[in-house]
Write a protein that binds this ligand. Structure first.
Ligand code: HAM
Length: 423
């Protein structure tokens, strides 16, 4: 049997309603903040991500689905959206059409990570990017939108962590200090952290290993080394979050796994999803547009993982979607009337009535069982003596009431009932 690739998941019909509900909250919040949807291709030239995210990051170094297509171009399934959005922004000169572009997306992403609960190889992100303003108010807007969506889904066990990574120059000074601090402690670090010493030293803060954590706890703090402008912007972010009553913590070890960040960064973690606790992450990236060949344009954004959010929602029992139902089930009492029943169904379907009938030649009892299983609001008994008089029995499945109606009136009957049920 051929199975889905490890780390990928089918979203089956019984969980679609949950996904649609989550997507409806996402779109609603982004609409309230006037973000416009953008869709970009599933794959891009590999160099976009290598240059955008950074050669030394785990994503680019270890996790990308990269292959040569038939014309020998190296292409990569997108591991994240920021680089793609920036590419589209530059390619279509969006900055010339509008000075501030507020964009959002919902899309599958691909990273070849070791699969575990909340960590997949194909997963879905939603996120936003605002290109064209360096205002810290937009950083707060990103944090607030993410928080609005997560709390809109009923999640409560959330912690917002914020930090500032400063400018690359101020970070270089800090990296020098960190190297000096770690030089005589290298032997205490794990193999992976030793490797990060030369490649991406800040990421040692991401280690979950006890020894590494102990060493890093006493390390110099990046926030003490960032430039004045980054510091001022960080203060503004903190004060606006406070006045907006958005709870947050400062996490000086929050370094993020992508190289493009400048100034304020953040993550929102859940206490209810185990080790893969980051539901969303983001921050400012004021140099990325220029780095990818565009006019210097500041940017800020975030992305969140829908599968992780759904785990948190399940564990917090945070929302329930109503079970699905249909409006009418036609129980066909005589097999030779099946085509006629189908014709009736078609008239009703064209009038936007959700309707089902039997295609399997089942007994009347089995058809009733199916009507119950589908949570049909009404059942029409098609056939018998009534049919000869162009009539049929219509049963309201909620009240149990049954009446004889003229077949030509079904639409009105069902439509009226449907309308009054949904009022
Ligand atoms: P990221 O932190 O790499 O940031 O990913 C954002 C979120 O995507 C994570 O917090 C997590 O919920 C989800 N996620 C990441 N990897 C996986 C995975 N393998 N399985 C399931 N969920 C996953 C970014 O992608 C940046 N582009 C965010 C951003 C936008 N920064 C600025 N603008």
């Amino acid at each position: 049997m051929i199975k889905a690739i490890k780390g990928t998941k089918d979203i089956l019909p019984d969980s679609i309603e949950k996904w649609k509900y989550v997507e409806s909250i996402i779109s609603l919040v982004f609409k309230n903040y006037n973000y416009k949807e953008i869709r970009t291709p599933i794959f891009e030239e590999t160099s976009l991500f290598a240059r955008g995210i950074g050669e030394e990051t785990d994503i680019v170094g270890k996790e990308m689905y990269t292959f040569e297509d038939r014309s020998k171009t190296s292409v990569t399934l997108k591991p994240e959206m920021t680089a793609s959005v920036v590419r589209a922004f530059i390619q279509h000169s969006l900055g010339k059409k509008q000075s501030l572009n507020k964009l959002y997306y919902i899309s599958p992403m691909f990273r070849q990570e070791r699969p575990q609960a909340g960590r997949l190889r194909e997963f879905h992100q939603f996120g936003a990017e605002a290109l064209g303003s360096g205002s810290p108010i937009l950083d707060v807007e990103m944090i607030t939108m993410a928080y609005d969506i997560l709390s809109g889904l009923g999640l409560k066990d959330l912690t917002i962590k914020i930090n500032s990574l400063g400018t690359p120059e101020s970070r270089q000074n800090y990296i020098q200090k960190l190297k000096e601090y770690l030089i005589d402690k290298e032997s205490l670090l794990s193999g992976e952290s030793k490797e990060r010493m030369s490649k991406n030293i800040l990421r040692i803060f991401d280690s979950k290993l006890e020894n590494d954590i102990e060493v890093m706890q006493k390390a110099p703090v990046l926030l003490d080394y960032i430039d004045n402008e980054s510091k001022e912007d960080f203060e503004k972010v903190k004060s606006l979050l406070t006045s907006s009553k958005i709870p947050f913590e400062i996490d000086a070890s929050l370094v993020r796994g992508l190289d493009y960040y400048t100034k304020t960064t953040f993550e929102i973690v859940s206490g209810k999803v185990g080790s893969q606790s980051a539901l969303c992450g983001g921050g400012r990236y004021d140099l990325l547009v220029e780095q990818l060949g565009g006019e210097p344009t500041p940017g800020t954004g975030f992305a969140a993982g829908i599968e992780r959010i759904l785990i948190a929602c399940e564990n917090e029992n945070s929302f329930e979607v109503p079970g699905s139902s249909i409006n009418l089930y036609i129980v066909c009492l005589e097999k030779n009337l099946m085509s006629k029943a189908y014709e009736k169904a078609q008239i009703l379907r064209k009038n936007n009535i959700t309707i089902e009938l039997d295609y399997l030649g089942r007994s009347i009892k089995a058809q009733m069982r199916e009507a119950n299983k589908l949570n049909a609001k009404y059942v029409l008994f098609f056939g018998g003596d009534e049919y000869k008089l162009n009539k049929a029995q219509l049963k309201n499945m909620e009240t149990g009431e049954q009446e004889i109606i003229e077949l030509k009136n079904i639409l009105n009957k069902v439509k009226n009932n449907y309308a009054s049920d949904n009022s």
